[in-house]
Design a protein around this ligand. Sequence first.
Ligand code: NAD
Ligand code: PRE
Length: 290
Amino acid sequence: MFEKLALIGVGLIGASIALKARREGLARQIVGATRRQDTADTANRLGIVDSCGTDLAAACDGADLVIICTPVGACGDVTKIIAPRLKPGAILSEVGSVKQAVIRDMRPHVPAGVHYVPAHPIAGTEHSGPEAGFPELFEGRWAIVTPLPGEDRDAADKVAEFWRRCGSMVEFMTPEWHDKVLGIVSHLPHLIAYTIVGTADDMAGERRSEVIKFAAGGFRDFTRIAASDPTMWRDVFLNNRDAVLEILGRFQEDLFYLQRAIRWGEGDKLFELFNRTRAIRRALIDMKQA
Ligand SMILES: NC(=O)c1ccc[n+]([C@@H]2O[C@H](COP(=O)([O-])OP(=O)(O)OC[C@H]3O[C@@H](n4cnc5c(N)ncnc54)[C@H](O)[C@@H]3O)[C@@H](O)[C@H]2O)c1
Ligand SMILES: O=C(O)C(=O)C[C@]1(C(=O)O)C=C[C@@H](O)C=C1
């Protein structure tokens, strides 16, 4: 599909893209660039890309697809650095978990003649860094493409096809809708997990050690999510502020509803909700998304 693919940021997502693109023959040459030399060394040692250095702009020389795979807070600065070396006609994409803020930060730096196509693979783990990457990460998962109005439709279609060849199912969306949907299905669950594990950690003395000792079921599942990369998630919450605050307000109301039902012994209310949520889990299993 491409002569040269450049990945700026070779962590979980960048490395997984590189490994899958190579396996599927999606680009003749795949190069990476990272901020820190030791990350580049790791990517080179593991053979994740053909070559990896720390000169972000140089990595983009002659690339017909550049994908920024850094935390969302860095996307604007990275675009500014690489902009002078992007070749006319190149496609510039990224994988940020937030779309509106990333578009706001990147768009002013995108040179004329370069096609910017925002995208987001809805696939990940709690691990980060080049060692965490694996080629099957995107298989059977959704990838959302949020093309910008007035931008080249062929470029958006090409990015969509790239993700299909990585094994994903693709959906097009507006950036606004993306941020609302992801606020509910991804960002709020992470915030809740960070809160629950933090609350348990705040418990003093004996109760705290009991929490760790008996953390077999529900709590353990939350600890997986709460182990996710602190930089990535700090940036997500700061950059999807409005959508997260809106959904958090709703969530708090629903929590009070349950609190009240427990206080007043209204078991029917609890039962009705738990039945609805169980059906959602079963639907996810049917769709092979759980
Ligand atoms: N982890 C997930 O579950 C997941 C899923 C989908 C999308 N995303 C998005 O993908 C992006 C990358 O996430 P990840 O999980 O691969 O993170 P990661 O921490 O594993 O990798 C980030 C990479 O970016 C590099 N980097 C950081 N700041 C940089 C800078 N200023 N300049 C150049 N390189 C820099 C790091 O060295 C590292 O190589 C984020 O925007 C995240 O929101 C993550
Ligand atoms: O499975 C996980 O560990 C994830 O957190 C992956 C997950 C998600 O919330 O679904 C996290 C952030 C992304 O932007 C996309 C996917």
